[in-house]
Design a protein around this ligand. Structure first.
Ligand code: GLN
Ligand code: ZN
Length: 761
């Protein structure tokens, strides 16, 4: 019985890579410094896995930004605007594609399946010429080998790569990306040959798109691709890895008949149908990589249950062909529980992060091979029993209240146009009102204040004073900029979910449980381990303080239940919707307290609503129904004159626009500018939208400062599709990660653009 890890987090146990990247981008350190940090991380990861006894250890799952961008580099598919002229792709070109530079915006970024990880979307078309332009895969393989670790190099599979790309600007939207298969296979052949020559005996292709609903011509592309690679792959063991859901029956057939492939990897945690397919028919003599250890969550594996699944599989495929694995790359879980000094021991005993999951995978493999570590299994069983019976997990009143919500409906009494009229009477805003999404830059000084308060180094009084000063600065700045609806800037928050989770019961927090979101950015998801309730008001103090500093409307700023759920590690002992309803009830209490305290505009961010969408169409309606219902629960009780805003990150809303309308918010601000205004096309196609809407007018993920003309131009494009009286003007998202030197001129230009257009309407 062997063991395998699909992929491993890159950031390091203390986010070493993040800090190295950011100081390199700031020009404070050299490429050499960055390379050194990265090499140390890779080496410690490989050694950790080999030390734990893992047989199939991945390489090339490290990335300086994103593995899909790495594949774009491998294929030399650099969009012409970055001015790359050939040769090996270096940091300059690579990071320009990822983040934009002074003269060119970044490539689009989008969610990696239903995770909170984001990849850089390849831009392809008939004119793209591909060439072998990054030797990273083979370099990493050799690097590990030099350290004495023989690894399985991992590549994003050719078909998933194409299915995840989009037609470049100017290319017909109907262009068949899969038609490029024949052009990219030669590059894949080159890298495979290189890896073989370097001594690789295994290779892993990640083809997660196989779990999606695919058309038959898309499935055919998999057959063609691997048939095309077959001769180059000969002599290698070839693993095609799938994850994040069941593999549909048709795709399973395609997968298990691929030419040149000797091993298949499945996610046996999400969905329960793949197991049936394997039992029904698994090709003789092939390897089964059984992903039984959850790569998406932080709960300790139920080892006894996994052993029984694995034993059953072993009788089907043979022990020598069964490999214990993770359900997906461990990129989507936290790095190492060892660094969690503040979690109490009971909760800690319920958990396993990436480093612990490696040990679990190995323990399972050993148990199957007859060398069961009784003490390890015993401790695991005891932890599971303690979690089941712990009184900290259950709150009966909450359970009852949430159960009562199921199957019922919650809506505001008046329709949105009447509400908007009532609100306008009260707020008296100009047309094209300007606002921002919530956060303002978080300076080093601000972070220091929060840190010192947390560590009890400064008193509550000093802390409140410092935060109030910060709020007052942000309020003054917005007044000077002449923004219409203000925000307090969120200086008291390090993270939009953690901030609320910390004040709710049923949540636990880690110190270093970071998970990569995009590039150098990480999130530290709270752990929802028990029933959720709100002991006391969470934001009223700061929001009322901020409102008292200005005569302009100040937005109350909350994170919505669906986003809190989707950005947390969620308990697996009850359905997700039940946990979501519990959170919705807590946020409802907060909304009502804000209203009572005189806050007339309340934004409830549902940045991650789309993220929870199941990968299969057939499961979407159920999710959207309870997710949208949860949002409405939070604000169905407010007065007509209270204006409810919501905000969502990333576009791609066209397919769920009806659900967004059904959320029945008064105003929605949506990220838009990095996606070629895809968003607007839905309105162009005639969807009636009567509520306020603010598609972001500039990209806050890039340091680039947009000009007034550019913003005015964008607003004009929006005005061509949307009614003047519902359009809002705002950036794409919060400004937390930007610097004031970028924010000040950008917002100044934004307000100038709105004012310019007001005079023309
Ligand atoms: N209100 C949050 C902020 O501005 C929203 C962030 C987000 O959508 N990711 O930071
Ligand atoms: Zn956002």
């Amino acid at each position: 019985m062997a063991s395998h890890i699909v992929g491993y987090p890159r950031m390091g146990p203390k986010r070493e890579l993040k800090f190295a990247l950011e100081s390199f981008w700031d020009g404070k350190t050299t490429a050499e410094d960055l390379n050194k940090v990265a090499a140390d991380l890779r080496s410690s990861i490989w050694k950790q896995m080999s030390g734990a006894g893992i047989k199939y250890i991945p390489s090339n799952t490290f990335s300086y930004y994103d593995q899909v961008l790495d594949t774009t580099a491998l294929l030399g598919a650099v969009p012409p605007r970055y001015g790359w002229t050939g040769g090996e792709i270096g940091f300059d070109t690579y990071f320009s594609m990822a983040r934009g530079n002074a003269s060119v915006p970044a490539m689009e970024m989008t969610k990696w399946f239903d995770t909170n990880y984001h990849f850089i979307v390849p831009e392809l078309g008939p004119e793209v010429t591909f060439s072998y332009a990054s030797h990273k895969a083979v370099d990493e393989y050799k690097e590990a080998k030099a350290l004495g670790v023989d690894t399985v190099p991992v590549l994003v599979g050719p078909v998933s790569y194409l299915l995840l790309s989009k037609p470049a600007k100017g290319v017909d939207k109907t262009f068949s990306l899969l038609s490029l298969l024949d052009k990219i296979l030669p590059v894949y052949k080159e890298v495979i040959s290189d890896l073989k020559a370097a001594g690789a005996t295994w290779i892993q292709f990640d083809e997660p798109t196989l779990v999606r609903d695919l058309a038959s011509h898309q499935l055919q592309a998999f057959s063609n691709a691997y048939a095309g690679l077959e001769s180059t792959l000969s002599g290698l063991n070839v693993l095609v890895e799938t994850y994040f859901a069941d593999v549909p029956a048709e795709a399973y057939k395609t997968l298990t008949s691929l030419k040149g492939v000797t091993a298949y990897g499945f996610d046996l945690v999400r969905g329960d149908k793949t197991l049936g397919l394997i039992k029904g028919d698994f090709p003789k003599g092939k390897f089964l990589f059984a992903g039984v250890v959850d790569g998406r969550n932080i709960w300790a594996n139920d080892l006894a249950a996994s052993v029984s699944t694995l034993e059953e599989l072993a009788t089907l495929v043979g022990k020598d062909k069964l490999v214990v694995s993770t359900s997906c790359s461990l990129l989507h879980t936290a790095v190492d529980l060892v660094n969690e000094t503040k979690l109490d021991n009971e909760i800690k005993s319920w958990l396993a992060f990436a480093a612990q999951k490696i040990v679990e995978v190995n323990a399972l493999a050993k148990a199957l091979a007859g060398a069961k570590d009784e003490a390890f299994f015993g401790a695991n069983a005891a932890a599971h029993a303690s979690r089941k019976s712990s009184p900290r997990v259950t709150n009966e009143a909450v359970q009852k209240a949430a159960a009562a919500l199921k199957g019922s409906d919650h809506r505001r009494a008046t329709n949105v146009s009447a509400r908007l009229d009532a609100q306008q009477k009260k707020l008296n805003l100009p047309i094209l009102p300007t606002t921002t999404i919530g956060s303002f830059p978080q300076t080093i000084e601000l972070r220091r204040v929060r840190r010192e308060y947390k560590a009890n180094k400064i008193s509550e009084e000093e802390y409140v004073k410092a935060i109030k000063e910060e709020i007052s600065k942000v309020v003054k700045l917005q007044e000077e900029l002449d923004i219409d609806v203000l925000v307090h800037g969120e200086p008291e928050r390090n993270d939009m979910v953690e901030y609320f989770g910390e004040q709710l019961s049923g949540f636990a927090f880690t110190v270093n449980g970071w998970v990569q979101s995009y590039g150098s950015r990480c999130v530290k998801p709270p752990i929802i381990y028990g029933d959720v309730s709100r002991p006391k008001a969470m934001t009223v103090f700061w929001s009322t303080a901020a409102q008292s500093m200005t005569a302009r409307p100040m937005k109350g700023m909350l994170t919505g239940p669906v986003t809190i759920l989707n950005w947390s590690f969620v308990r697996v002992d009850q359905p997700r919707f039940e946990t979501c309803y519990q959170i919705a009830l807590a946020i409802k209490d907060e909304v009502e307290d804000l209203e009572k305290a005189g806050i007339n505009v309340i934004q409830i961010d549902e940045a991650a609503l789309r993220e929870g969408l199941p990968l299969r169409k057939s499961e979407e309606a159920f999710y959207l129904d309870w997710a949208v219902h949860s949002f409405r629960i939070t604000n169905c009780g407010v007065k007509d004159t209270t204006q409810i805003h919501t905000h969502m990150c990333y576009s791609n809303f066209n397919d769920i626009i009806l659900s967004i309308i059904d959320m029945d918010a008064d105003v929605i601000t949506i990220e838009n500018s990095r996606s070629d205004e895809k968003l607007l096309s839905v309105f162009r196609e005639g969807v009636k939208y009567g509520a306020g809407i603010g598609p972001g007018v500039y990209d806050i993920h890039s340091p680039r400062i947009p000009s007034t003309e550019e913003i005015a131009d964008r607003i004009n494009k929006m005005l061509a599709v949307l009614e003047t009286n519902i359009l809002w003007v705002n950036p794409d998202c919060g400004l937390k990660t930007r610097k004031y030197a970028e924010v000040n001129p950008a917002l100044k230009n934004m307000v100038a653009a709105a004012k310019l257009l007001r005079t023309q309407l």
